[in-house]
Design a binder for this molecule. Structure first.
Ligand SMILES: [Zn+2]
Length: 281
């Protein structure tokens, strides 16, 4: 069976319009989660819009819209980091990843989107459902066939990663998982990203039924084939700094920074010169 060859991810141009993960609670009233993948097309097919035209359009300040990936047969670009929130489907933004596909919908475009879906699922969960823009609002976007993308994505993952073929349950000679204790501000997506594993793997090992409901103090099993994150490093507070500002600067939530600073009881009281530990990536 031939398999789609994943092109190099283009990252030269990015979208300026998105919400940082750290700001999710403030902006959306909810923490950033990854519960689904939304498949868009980037314009009406009759206009024959191009890949580069779309990248350039989303890279403009004035566009006020964005997406995580632009994908067509032979090309893929990342416009927004996965853990940040792209502006593509209103209420779905805070809980989704987004792919903009070429509206011509060739066989190659289907293969390219399916491969992208497989990559995202490998990182964030093998059962992430696919959705369309029109599931959330009235729009002609998009004409992609989700069942076909799902089928091709699972076939791609089976060949490329051996998932869905009975071999993904962990072999008996795999080292035992280690235990991570959930801290305030943690999300399963962030923990999975931090330890280079998937939400689905942690959920399966730990018996978590709803990956969006984890509690502070809960014990999670992390596959031990992945190495632990290195120790936190230290930031020295400057005049005018706030804890949320420092957290945002390093792309963490205030809760995540607090979770490695046990001595810091009041996030509103930090002084210039004080040392704050920053979680490692
Ligand atoms: Zn759309």
């Amino acid at each position: 069976m031939s398999i789609y060859e994943l092109p190099t991810l283009e990252t030269r141009k990015t979208a300026p319009n998105y919400t940082r993960e750290a700001d999710a609670l403030e902006v959306f009233g909810a923490r950033r989660t990854i519960e689904e993948i939304l498949i868009h097309w980037w314009d009406e097919p009759a206009r024959r819009p191009t890949f580069d035209g779309t990248v350039n359009w989303l890279a403009r300040d004035a566009t006020q819209a964005s997406a995580h990936r632009i994908v067509e047969d032979g090309r893929r670009a990342r416009m927004v980091d996965d853990m940040d929130i792209a502006w593509h489907a209103g209420p779905a933004n805070v809980k989704s990843l987004s792919i903009e596909g070429n509206p011509r919908r060739s066989d190659g475009d289907y293969a390219a989107i399916a491969a992208e879906v497989a990559v995202m699922r490998r990182k964030f969960g093998n059962d992430l459902p696919l959705k369309l823009h029109k599931h959330y609002m009235t729009t002609s976007c998009s004409g992609y066939d989700l069942a076909r993308i799902d089928r091709e994505a699972r076939a791609y993952a089976a060949v490329k990663y051996g998932t869905g073929t009975g071999s993904s349950g962990g072999s008996s000679d795999a080292p035992a998982p280690w235990v991570y204790t959930v801290k305030a501000g943690d999300t399963l997506a962030r923990i999975a990203a931090k330890y280079d594993t998937s939400v689905a793997t942690i959920a399966r090992l730990s018996g978590v039924s709803n990956p969006n409901r984890i509690k502070t103090g809960q014990a999670l099993k992390i596959p031990s084939k992945v190495k632990r994150a290195p120790a936190p490093w230290v930031y020295r507070v400057k005049s005018g700094d706030t804890l949320s500002g420092i957290a945002a600067k390093f792309r963490f939530t205030t809760g995540q920074v607090l979770s490695v600073n046990d001595a810091l009881k009041d996030p509103d009281l930090i002084k210039p010169g004080q040392k704050i530990k920053i979680p490692s990536k």
